[in-house]
Design a protein around this ligand. Sequence first.
Ligand SMILES: CC1=C(C(=O)N[C@H](C)C(=O)N[C@@H](Cc2c[nH]c3ccccc23)C(=O)N[C@@H](Cc2ccccc2)C(=O)[C@H](C)CO)Cc2ccccc21
Length: 212
Amino acid sequence: TTTLGFVFKEGILLAVDSRASMGSFLSSEQVRKVIEINEYLLGTMAGGAADCQYWLAYLANHCRTYELKNGSKLSVAAASKFLQGILIGYRNSGLSMGCMIAGTDTTGQHLYYIDNDGMRLKGDIFSVGSGSTYAYGVLDNHYRYDLSLNEAVELGIRAIYHATHRDTASGGVVRVYHIHKDGWTKVHDGIDVVDLHYQFAKQKGLVGDGDE
Ligand SMILES: CC1=C(C(=O)N[C@H](C)C(=O)N[C@@H](Cc2c[nH]c3ccccc23)C(=O)N[C@@H](Cc2ccccc2)C(=O)[C@H](C)CO)Cc2ccccc21
């Protein structure tokens, strides 16, 4: 898995791959690693698929219950803190989760990293999953706060592509979301990384695909 998120002048950009694996067997090329918690919160999933799906769905339920009881929405900080509390309670129980919680609230757009160790970090750039080192290489090279939305989308796609090219546990398609003051927008819901490969190879002026 390769998931990434970064804060920029027009909000937050999230980009993920769609491969699932069981050991060396590739069990899916089409999974959804971004969960739409509600119209103003998104979560990303890396690690144990069932662990991530279960506890992010649980978080979504908590957010909705809170809203109905209190007539107001949980902040991004509060939602991520709730998830952290769960994972701390289950520490050493074998959960494997590397998640990001990203969203918008009355104080703006915020990005958090939370994992099964109970770590919770607020930050501007994260990449989580087996391909994250490759994604960081691209992000740390080209990230600027004042990227336009299009430039941010292209950077997210490029970082996920390069990770899927080198990491056998990442692949499939790229899904891209943009979080802004009114909530989130799904920008791309499945760009095939093989198509991206030939697009980038051509840009590099490589004959064939450069993998000879
Ligand atoms: C085929 C399949 C799934 C699957 O293959 N599940 C296996 C058991 C799984 O959890 N795979 C993990 C890797 C893994 C296997 N056993 C584990 C025990 C502990 C921790 C991780 C694992 C995975 O692909 N994880 C994805 C993340 C992911 C995958 C599917 C859905 C959400 C998140 C990922 O992180 C990269 C591929 C690197 O592992 C999960 C799923 C959800 C929805 C639709 C289809 C599937």
